[in-house]
Write a protein that binds this ligand. Structure first.
Ligand code: SF4
Length: 433
C-alpha cells in the first residue's frame, strides 16, 4: 500500500505530517510523492489565509485525479474550522481535526471497511489535551523539529489560529527531555523547538514549568550542540528572561519576533499586546546581552484602517530598528475574525505598493546585517550539497545566516569553522578553515 502527503502552512503542520507518515510506515505503507499513484492521499491543510483554503481544495482535486479509488483524508486547520465545507468537496473520504491526526491510520482503515465518509473533529474549546505525536526516525539527520506546544489564547483580531488550534497545551516536560536525549543519541546536532505560541509553554501544566526552564534542562543534555526556537511572541523576553537565556550555551542567537506593525494604533486594532516602544526595548536588550543576535520578523501591510501616515510610521520604525530579515504579508481578511468586519478595508493596489516598499527596505537591511559578518570565522552546520554548484555545501551559522562553501567530500551533518567571504543573492559564500 502506498500513501502520499501534501502539507500546507507552518512548521507545526510539517512536523505533524512526518509523525503521521511514521504511523503509516509502521503499518507497512510505502511513502510516495504526491504526483504519484497512491492508495491513500493525506492533505494536511492550512487556513491562515484564503490562499491556504484554495490550495487545500486544489490538492484534493489533484489527489482524486491521480487515483479515483484512493482514500482521501483531509486533516488540519481547514478541516478543524470548516469540517462541513471540507466534507462537501468532491472526493473527500475522511475529515480529521487538528487533534485527531494521531488516529489517522485507524480512520483510513475504517473508511476502507465501511465505504462511507468519516468526519472526526474534536471540539477544541472542551478538549485541551496535548496530542502526543512523536517522530522516532527523521529523514534529514542534521536538524530535528520538535513540537512541544499547541494552541494559542491571544486572539489577535486578524487570526483564526486560536479557533483552529484551540487553547494552549504543552507536551509533558519529561517526554520533551526524553525525546531530546533520543535525538542526540541518533546523532542530531540541532533541535528546533516549535509550537503555535511557544512562549506559553508550560502555562497549562500547573507546575513550575515554562519555556526558560525547559530550555535550561535541554541545555544540559550532552550531544545536542544547538537549540533553536521558532517564531516567538516578543513579550516573552522580559529583562529576567533575557538574562537567563544569555547564559545558555546551546541556544542559537536567532529569534523571530513577529512585530506585525510599527504603528501603535494599528497594533491596537490588531489586538497585539505590546507597543512599538516595548518592542524596541526588547530588541535593544537582546542585542546588548546576546552576541551576534539576529532578529527577524513578520509584518502585515494593509491592515483595515491602515492610513498612509500609519504605514509611514511602520516604514520608519523598521528603517530605524534595522532587523536582519522581514517577511512581508499583505493583509487578507479571514471570515470569523474581528478584523474581517472592520471598517476601512485597504484596497489591493495599496497593499501591493506598501508590500513592495517594505520588501525593498528588507533587501537593504538584510544585506547590511550580513555584511557585518564578512571576514569573520563562524561555525556552520552543513546540511546538504548546494543544488546550484556541485562540490559546494550549504548550511547555517548559529544566527541563521545561510552559508555555501566548497569542500572535497560530503560534509552534511558536520559543524565546521568557516571564513565568510562574500555576499551573493542573500547567501554568504565561505571557505572552510
Ligand atoms: S499570537 Fe496572535 S497571530 Fe499568533 S497564533 Fe496567537 S492569535 Fe494568531
Amino acid at each position: 500500500m502506498k500513501v502520499s502527503f501534501s502539507t500546507l502552512g507552518c512548521r507545526v503542520n510539517q512536523y505533524e505530517t512526518e509523525a503521521m507518515a511514521e504511523k503509516f510506515i509502521i503499518e507497512g505503507y510505502e511513502i510516495v510523492n504526491f504526483n504519484e499513484f497512491a492508495d491513500v492521499y493525506v492533505i494536511n491543510t492550512c487556513t491562515v489565509t484564503n490562499m491556504g483554503d484554495k490550495k487545500s481544495r486544489q490538492m484534493i482535486g489533484r489527489a482524486r485525479r491521480q487515483n479515483e479509488n484512493a482514500i482521501i483524508a483531509v486533516v488540519g486547520c481547514y478541516s478543524q474550522i470548516s469540517p462541513e465545507k471540507v466534507a462537501k468537496i468532491p472526493g473527500v473520504d475522511i475529515v480529521l481535526g487538528n487533534r485527531n491526526k494521531g488516529e489517522i491510520v485507524y480512520w483510513v482503515n475504517r473508511a476502507k471497511e465501511e465505504k462511507k465518509q468519516i468526519i472526526q473533529v474534536k471540539d477544541l474549546i472542551k478538549y485541551k489535551k496535548f496530542e502526543n505525536l512523536n517522530i522516532e526516525e527523521y529523514v534529514d539527520k542534521t536538524r530535528a523539529f520538535l513540537k512541544i506546544q499547541d494552541g494559542c489564547n491571544r486572539f489577535c483580531s486578524y487570526c483564526l489560529i486560536p479557533f483552529a488550534r484551540g487553547a494552549v497545551c504543552s507536551k509533558n516536560p519529561e517526554v520533551v527531555l526524553k525525546e531530546v536525549t533520543q535525538l542526540s543519541q541518533h546523532g542530531f546536532k540541532e533541535i528546533i523547538l516549535s509550537g503555535i505560541h511557544i512562549a506559553s509553554y508550560g502555562s497549562d501544566l500547573g507546575e513550575d514549568w515554562n519555556l526558560v526552564r525547559i530550555l535550561e534542562e535541554i541545555d544540559k543534555i550532552p550531544g545536542i550542540e544547538r537549540v533553536r526556537i521558532g517564531s516567538i511572541d516578543p513579550q516573552f523576553f522580559t529583562e529576567g528572561v533575557v538574562e537567563k537565556i544569555s547564559n545558555l550555551k546551546k541556544l542559537c542567537p536567532h529569534f523571530h519576533l513577529s512585530l506585525q506593525s510599527g504603528c501603535d494604533k494599528t497594533l491596537n486594532r490588531m489586538n497585539r499586546r505590546y507597543t512599538t516602544l516595548e518592542y524596541k526595548n526588547i530588541v535593544e536588550d537582546l542585542r546588548k546581552n546576546i552576541k551576534d543576535v539576529s532578529i527577524t520578523t513578520d509584518v502585515i501591510v494593509g491592515f483595515p484602517g491602515e492610513t498612509e501616515e500609519e504605514f509611514e510610521e511602520t516604514y520608519n520604525f523598521l528603517k530605524d530598528i534595522k532587523l536582519s530579515k522581514m517577511h512581508i504579508f499583505k493583509y487578507s481578511p479571514r471570515k470569523g475574525t474581528k478584523a474581517a468586519n472592520m471598517k476601512n478595508q485597504v484596497n489591493g493596489n495599496v497593499k501591493e505598493e506598501r508590500s513592495k516598499k517594505l520588501i525593498e527596505l528588507d533587501i537593504k537591511l538584510e544585506k547590511c546585517f550580513m555584511s557585518k559578518f564578512i571576514g569573520r570565522e563562524m561555525p556552520v552546520l552543513y546540511e546538504q550539497e548546494y543544488s546550484k554548484i556541485k562540490g559546494n555545501y550549504e548550511g547555517y551559522t548559529p544566527n541563521y545566516i545561510k552559508v555555501v562553501s566548497p569542500y572535497l567530500k560530503d560534509i552534511s551533518g558536520n559543524i565546521m569553522n568557516t571564513k565568510l567571504s562574500e555576499i551573493k543573492e542573500e547567501i554568504i559564500f565561505g571557505n572552510i578553515e
